[in-house]
Design a protein around this ligand. Sequence first.
Ligand SMILES: NC(=O)c1ccc[n+]([C@@H]2O[C@H](COP(=O)([O-])OP(=O)(O)OC[C@H]3O[C@@H](n4cnc5c(N)ncnc54)[C@H](OP(=O)(O)O)[C@@H]3O)[C@@H](O)[C@H]2O)c1
Length: 217
Amino acid sequence: MGSLFNTLRPTGLTMSIDLRGKVVLITGVTHGIGEATGRLLRQLGATVYGVGRDEARGRALEREVGIVFRRVDLTRRQEVLDFIRWFEGEVGVIHALINNASRNSRYSILNTTLEEWDSMIELNLTAPFLLSQMAARLMISKGVKGKIINVAAIQAYFPLESSFPYVTTKGGLIAMTRSIHIFQSPNLTIKHREILKLEAQGCYPLDILGEKLHLRV
Ligand SMILES: NC(=O)c1ccc[n+]([C@@H]2O[C@H](COP(=O)([O-])OP(=O)(O)OC[C@H]3O[C@@H](n4cnc5c(N)ncnc54)[C@H](OP(=O)(O)O)[C@@H]3O)[C@@H](O)[C@H]2O)c1
């Protein structure tokens, strides 16, 4: 880990952020945006819990940067429920949840199978719903002014024809976020961030997350 008081310049912007004492849960921490975000948040002092399926990558992140990894297949509802029970019992507090995990689903309306449909519903809607519910309940019960970030996709507005299950569920995720957002609680702030393009892995998550976490957590 680097300095706890970091001065970062991702896109010409300078931010000093100290997240010591904050607990963040990230889904899809093993690769891509989730990994870059987890590394960054560790660097800024947060305690980071991350889930994914790639056990080797998860254990490597534990060793390298101290992310606490749990192997969870988010398409398997029982695994998600077991993880939630574990998190509530063993951790019991959360300042930010980042529902980031997803995957491509290259099917059109014509060839999407029911199995693929169900898998994407579980991954992009059911898991974010269950984890958001857990986070909201914990934040409210512990009096934490926290944040839930659902990572959507611009394809929800500008779909590719061969991404039918992905587009549909990401659109649902945006609607779910808006629906949660109108639930008023003094301790809860729900935002939805749409990732348009991954400009430079490692910098872009800071651009979208750092400022918000800085202000709100
Ligand atoms: N990259 C882009 O340009 C872009 C554009 C629009 C939206 N997004 C959104 O940004 C988010 C991150 O994208 P990315 O490009 O960083 O993706 P990525 O590199 O493919 O990483 C996806 C992550 O999700 C996890 N994941 C996938 N299926 C899972 C499952 N069943 N259970 C648990 N974890 C699972 C993966 O973990 P394991 O491999 O360990 O299972 C991995 O850590 C996604 O929500 C994506 O839709 C990205």
